[in-house]
Design a protein. Structure first.
Length: 616
């Protein structure tokens, strides 16, 4: 092994005027909302623990440091390649861009800019230099809208995670406080940078750190603490049970063992949560998320850890029960209709597709170890709680409200406290009452529409509307097909009006008014990608006959659907929904379809469905 260098660097020391490359075989940026939210909450929380009103900028130097782990680089002839750490470095770059956009002073911006990109020979080069990300990163850095629809998975994730930063960044860190945070982020957030002189050496280091030299995980430390307090005659049995369930969770995915423990402890024991205000301290919900092994040590009495029997019960009964159901919930979140032999609760899957990771904690909160062996009661509880979350998410999306981790965390904490270990019937009544008290209703937004950031959400809503009317009309369940957004069999959101405002000038005096109406959900369908590309630009009169060969929501525009489909006829009569054919499609027709779609949504996401679930 040739020369290897290790050095602790600040964010400024690492990124200022730097340029990193990534080999083609590991180019994707894959962080999800969960990983980003945890990092942003950690950074903001650590800063706010130190900042006080009246601080001077020079005081930031004495604020606590935050260690962000290690990254591994390979130096190839002076060019730095990232072997391990691109997820964190990309996320840090997005955070720096966010701060750059929000900070007012040009002088402050000039201090931040070299950590994001450099300029030479009339071109901008970002610190992580990947060609297919350049347009997206440039749009974010310049504050412009990114409109290129044909982009990679990495670009899609970058855009989504930047929106997540906008949602979860602590709003109290703003105005005059933001430069303090900027200083702290650049100077007090540290990484260990390990640089090798070849790829082979770099990968050897990476594998060694992950296979042999990595520190104990929080799961390992919790296991050691619990087992140390169990008597010799019981310790081995408890260890075997712990190991079996941790191994099963790891088969579900990386870090699932830790995520399961966090969800379990939060669901059953968290009594409080950090207030979103300056200088607030992290409390149960937050501490379990960052250091659950320490939190358990500090809460022995609450957890019933009074003697050897208490510790063994905690593993053999409580952990075993919640770990088993966490795994089953995670599997339900991935189950498709074609998996006929697998457990399915569709609302769990729908919530997972909306990246609502907080549902795991809420679902486990309803369960009690005394439910063990009564799978029907457990599944009834899971259906009720996941249906509640599904309704909550749909209503918020319809009203242009975020469902991000940060925005929903407190809501879910209150939910957990209200349903913890209650019966299915009690939970249904509690959650119906909560939904009736919520201010977001479908009726509050008569103009719900597609915009630049809610495309995937609108796609899923249209899939749900389509599947509902089809299954109620006796047709097969095709959600998996309609929800597919990539590949040769992908579906796309179809505008019934082609993007030609000149065709509608008798109703709209300005193209912007036409565009707003065109994007309303009542003017949208979900159709195969090849249909959209072949016929999407045609006038409505020419497209309408072709709609009859598509799904029922599209067919409902055509006279034939009302003449030939007895199942649809029966459904219309029973539901009272105001379906009607549309020989023309003008402004009033979009209004009528808008109201129809809203009425369908009210039926799909009806709070009374929870009571029906409770009754079995």
């Amino acid at each position: 092994m040739k020369k290897i260098e290790g050095e602790t660097k600040s964010i400024r020391g690492l990124l200022a005027n730097a340029r990193f490359s990534i080999d083609y075989y590991q180019r994707e940026y894959l962080w999800g909302e969960k990983q980003l939210s945890e990092l942003i909450n950690d950074l903001c929380g650590k800063f706010l623990e130190n900042y006080e009103e009246g601080c001077e900028r020079k005081d930031v130097k004495q604020f606590d440091r935050y260690f962000l782990g290690s990254i591994i680089l390979s130096d190839k002839g002076g060019e730095q390649y990232i072997i391990d750490g691109q997820q964190r470095l990309t996320t840090l770059t997005l955070l720096l861009i966010y701060v750059y956009q929000k900070i007012d002073s040009d002088e402050e911006k000039q201090s931040l800019a070299p950590l994001i990109c450099s300029h030479a020979f009339g071109e901008t080069s970002f610190n992580i230099d990947v060609k297919d990300r350049s347009k997206c990163m440039d749009a974010l850095f310049s504050g412009k809208e990114f409109t290129d629809e044909d982009h990679s998975e990495s670009v899609a994730n970058i855009l989504a995670r930047y929106r997540d930063i906008e949602e979860c960044f602590h709003k109290e860190i703003s105005g005059k406080i933001l430069p303090f945070f900027s200083d702290w982020l650049m100077q007090n957030v540290l990484l260990v940078v390990i640089t090798a002189s070849s790829d082979s050496d770099a990968y050897t280091i990476f594998e060694t750190m992950n296979d042999r030299g990595l520190s104990l995980t929080p799961t390992d430390m919790l296991k050691g603490y619990l087992l140390a307090n169990i008597s010799d005659d019981r310790r081995n049995a408890s260890s075997v049970i712990w190991g079996k369930h941790v191994a099963a969770l790891k088969q579900v995915g990386k870090d699932e063992d830790a995520d399961a423990i966090k969800s379990w402890l939060r669901s059953q024991y968290a009594q409080n949560i950090r207030k979103r205000e300056r200088n607030a301290k992290p409390l149960d919900f937050d501490l379990i998320g960052t250091e659950f092994h320490r939190w358990v040590r500090d809460h022995e009495e609450l957890l019933g850890l009074n003697d050897s029997a208490g510790y063994s019960r905690f593993i053999e009964e409580d952990f075993a029960f919640y770990a088993r159901w966490y795994k089953r919930i995670r599997q339900m979140a991935k189950t498709r209709a074609k998996d006929s032999r697998a457990e399915r609760i569709e609302t769990i899957r729908y919530n997972a597709e909306n990246n609502f990771t907080l549902q795991h904690t809420a679902l486990l909160a309803a369960l009690a170890p005394s439910d063990a062996g009564n799978d029907e009661e457990i599944k009834r509880k899971l259906r009720i709680v996941s249906s509640y979350i599904d309704i909550l998410i749909a209503r918020r999306i319809w009203n242009f409200k975020t469902t991000s981790y940060s925005a929903m965390q407190y809501n879910m904490f209150l939910l957990v406290q209200s349903i913890r270990r209650k019966s299915a019937a009690e939970i249904a009544k509690i959650l119906i009452s909560r939904l009736n008290d919520e201010e977001e209703r479908f009726s509050l937004n008569q103009t719900f529409s597609l915009h630049g950031q809610n495309g995937p959400q609108v796609h899923r809503l249209l899939a749900r509307l389509t599947v509902y009317i089809e299954t109620c009309s006796g047709r097969e369940y095709r959600y998996d097909e309609y929800a597919q957004r990539s590949g040769k069999n992908a579906y796309e959101v179809e505008h019934i009006w082609a993007n030609h405002p000149e065709r509608h000038k008798e109703e709209f005096g300005h193209a912007s008014e036409f565009s707003e109406y065109r994007n309303r959900i009542g003017g949208l369908l979900l159709l195969p990608k090849n249909f959209n590309r072949s016929f999407g630009d045609l006038p409505y009169a020419e497209k309408r006959p072709k709609y009859y060969g598509q799904n029922l929501l599209a067919q409902s525009l055509c006279d034939e659907a009302y003449e030939k489909d007895s199942g649809f006829k029966d459904f219309r009569g029973e539901s009272g929904l105001n379906f009607q054919p549309h020989p023309d499609f003008k402004k009033d027709d979009i209004d009528a379809r808008q109201e129809l779609y809203r009425s369908i949504a009210e039926k799909i996401w009806d709070p009374e469905n929870l009571l029906r679930e409770a009754e079995g």
